[in-house]
Ligand binder design. Sequence first.
Ligand SMILES: C[S@@+](CC[C@H](N)C(=O)[O-])C[C@H]1O[C@@H](n2cnc3c(N)ncnc32)[C@H](O)[C@@H]1O
Length: 272
Amino acid sequence: MSGRVDFSGVQSTMLVTLYLRALESRSEDSILRDQAAVEAARRIDYDWRKLQQPGLASNRFGVALRAKQLDDWAADFLRRNPDATVLHLGCGLDSRAFRLDRPAGVRWFDVDLPDVIELRRELYPEPGDYRTIGASVTDPAWLADVPADRPVLVIAEGLLMYLPTVEVERLLRRITDRFHRGELIFDGVAPWVAGFTQRIPERLRKGYPPYLTPLRGGRDVERWDPRLRYVEDVAVTSQFAKIPDRTVRAVYRLMSRFPALRDWLRLVRAEF
Ligand SMILES: C[S@@+](CC[C@H](N)C(=O)[O-])C[C@H]1O[C@@H](n2cnc3c(N)ncnc32)[C@H](O)[C@@H]1O
């Protein structure tokens, strides 16, 4: 590795999710079993003690449940469309492209900001029909280089909430204008969560940016881009039964009884 890693701003959030996936995947009863995350966290020269804060570790279950549901939806789409193009937006250091059983005909693009992609290229190989793109998803230029001849699966995990809503709309419309059909799978936070992150002082956010685009409901996608049709959504807390830790499972179960708490983080599937 080329030296000590550090990121500020929105890029730093992908170190948190990598850390939590690695932590969760080290346990015997792991939900995600992401060995690539374990290995990547081991290889990166980063002061992981910065993330050893009280309470953070219990978020590993939420991060694993979110990733697992998106993996399952992605695998299902790729089974139905083994010749698909995948746009994995805001990929960070996530190893989904290698975690999934990717049919040989799939063309996969991992997209993130240039400094994240630079580190990613040091960590993971770029075999066959797998490519990384270092660009902002809000920049229209990169999409022009992606062939539009196949159905597309767009995955955005931990990304859209960081973009202003107008940029979310422009991004989705650019994609649905370019491809003839496909699916979008992503996560979103409740309005009260986004509002909370906008109100607390930066010092308490520890440098992490606030959430700019909340998810009021799965049908938000149809307002963001009228070509999209909402298919289904899943609250992460509703999957409490998969959590091996009894205390965290009980907390998630309790949260799942109250709609405002249940829906704090939801996963949505839409099609066009
Ligand atoms: C919370 S992390 C999630 C990373 C990864 N999806 C995961 O689950 O580990 C958010 C990611 O979105 C990326 N990101 C934020 N704004 C972006 C933009 N405008 N263009 C491309 N990537 C962006 C960040 O660099 C970061 O890697």
